[in-house]
Design a protein around this ligand. Structure first.
Ligand code: FAD
Ligand code: NAI
Length: 467
């Protein structure tokens, strides 16, 4: 039987990064993945394929809606080849997954394909095609990720009543896609199919879309998506989803308690994800799982069993690839005796619609709830030369800073390329910058980043220059 210093169960961004860092630190490392490709949800059915489709559908939409504004005329009709778009997405995914295999080989990490389950605290069974092999691991990192959640009364047939996994490989553009849940998945994939020509209606239980982000972003995003033709029912509670033939009927109660009925040909259920430990046999090792299905961990990502750790979507906190990666690095360094730290307040959140939405730190709602006295600086994207040049005039940057000390407490943005701009906000906050610090840094002109400087000027002494 092979013995390892560390075995990692699950090869998503949490697991594969943990494995690389363990190997870099000199530990003999194994990684176990039940699917034939590495990379987990993120690479196979999450971040990467969704971004590939967002980018492709964005090009298509620009070609049919915006090229003309730029003086570009296409003789004849612009045609969508969905099959090719999906093939391209699949090839982006497979290249990325192959890249992870390359990294495992480069770092001399042993890759096992099969379902990993605990035999006891230090032994893991790996099952594949009816055969079992067992390895010994001094330490184990559980990185088994998450799966889509569902509502108890919905039957997911995975053909027309679908999750994100199926929505990433549809063979036709829906005529009318009804999206249950106005969170990240619903809006990103809703926008993909809207751009490709579908009618898209979003039904959200709470009173605003992306409800965990600052409400200024919810408001602006809903306004822009409405302009693009998406329809919204907020404060609406879905009661039933029924499929007859190709038709889906959804019944829900609206904000006034009145029943509404929606008919479509596809229904995307995007109401969150649940931690995944099916088949792991955590009990055999004595590892505790909480009532929400999450593996319980302490501040050092250690479970109740000393030599077993857990990271990523399967533990508490944001279900994000970069959060899982940070935890993967942290856990490897902890095992190696180092003292790493993650500031969870500074894990940015991004929605890759266009305009993109990105945020870090506290929202205005959180500051109010915590009774923190703050000041605000806002700047609209439309006032930037860069935005006018490209035509991407929607959006804003909002900076919240401590009323007394001027320390930046939260940066919230919506607009072109804010997914990349948020890195500046994270850096500034990591170094505990004040709004004035940001306002005095030179920002290249003309860039979207100037909106961050202007919002910081607005937060400092209400002295933005270009509005
Ligand atoms: P996962 O990526 O879920 O990986 C877990 C792996 O463990 C899987 O491969 C699974 O097969 C394997 N596994 C489970 N149990 C076992 C077992 N017993 N034995 C062996 N293997 C096992 N996040 C972002 O930050 N940015 C984005 O743009 C983004 N887009 C997303 C889009 C979609 C449509 C979805 C669904 C998610 C998206 N996410 C995004 C979230 C992101 O995918 C997750 O946060 C991330 O994948 C979590 O990483 P993880 O390593 O914890 O788990
Ligand atoms: P989500 O938590 O982002 O959004 C779910 C939405 O559904 C919420 O707005 C919620 O209020 C709503 N909802 C819940 N129950 C409902 C009901 N009964 N009826 C109507 N609405 C209901 O979850 P989502 O979009 O499924 O994504 C899962 C996770 O995957 C995200 O939380 C995120 O962690 C990750 N993800 C990240 C992305 C990114 O970083 N860009 C992209 C896609 C997913």
């Amino acid at each position: 039987m092979s013995t390892y210093d560390v075995a990692v169960i699950g090869s998503g961004p949490g697991g594969y990064v943990a494995a690389i860092r363990c190997a870099q630190l000199g530990m003999k490392t194994a990684i176990i993945e039940k699917y034939s490709t590495l990379g987990g949800t993120c690479l196979n059915v999450g971040c990467i394929p969704s971004k590939a489709l967002l980018d492709s559908s964005h090009h298509y939409h620009d070609a049919i809606k915006h090229f003309e504004d730029h003086g570009i005329e296409i003789p004849g009709e612009v045609k969508l080849n969905l099959e090719k778009m999906m093939e391209r997405k699949a090839s982006v995914v497979s290249q990325t997954c192959d890249g992870v295999k390359f990294l495992m080989d480069k770092n001399k990490i042993d890759v096992f394909e099969g379902l990993g389950s605990f035999k006891d605290k230090t032994h893991i069974n790996i099952d594949k095609d009816g055969e079992t092999q067992t390895i010994e691991a001094k330490k184990t990192i559980i990185a088994t990720g998450s799966k889509p959640s569902n509502l108890p009364f919905i039957e997911l047939d995975k053909e027309r009543v679908i999750t994100s996994t199926e929505a990433l490989k549809l063979k036709e553009v829906p005529k009318h896609m009804i999206v249950i849940g106005g969170g990240v998945i619903g809006l990103e994939l809703g926008q993909v199919y809207r751009r490709l020509g579908a009618e898209v209606t979003v039904v959200e239980f709470l009173d605003r879309i992306i409800p965990t982000m600052d409400s200024a972003l919810s408001k602006e995003l809903q306004k822009v998506l409405k302009k693009q033709g998406m329809k919204f029912h907020t404060s609406t509670k879905v009661k039933s989803v029924e499929r007859i033939g190709d038709e889906i009927t959804i019944k829900a109660d609206d904000k006034k308690g009145k029943e509404i009925e929606l008919k479509g040909d596809y229904c995307l259920v995007s109401v969150g994800r649940r931690p995944y430990t099916d088949g792991l046999n955590a009990e055999a090792a004595g590892v505790k799982v909480d009532d929400k299905g999450r593996v319980e961990v302490n501040d050092h990502l250690q479970t109740n069993i000393e030599n077993i750790y857990a990271i990523g979507d399967v533990v508490r906190g944001a279900m994000l690839a970069h959060k899982a990666e940070e935890e993967g690095t942290m856990v490897a360094e902890l095992i190696a005796g180092q003292k790493p730290h993650i500031d969870y307040n500074l894990i940015p959140g991004v929605v890759y619609t266009w305009p993109e939405v990105a945020a870090v730190g506290k929202t205005e709602e959180q500051l109010k709830e915590e009774g923190v006295k703050y000041k605000e600086g806002k700047f609209p994207m439309r006032a930037l030369g860069r935005s006018r040049a490209s035509g991407d005039i929607d959006g804003l940057v909002k900076i919240l800073a401590d009323e007394k000390t001027d320390e930046v407490l939260g940066i919230h943005m919506i607009g072109a390329r804010t997914a990349d701009l948020i890195a500046e906000a994270v850096t500034a906050m990591e170094f505990r910058a004040s709004a004035e610090d940001i306002s005095r840094m030179s920002h290249a002109h003309p860039t979207y980043a100037e909106a961050v400087k202007e919002a910081a000027l607005a937060a400092t002494e209400n002295r933005p220059l270009h509005i």
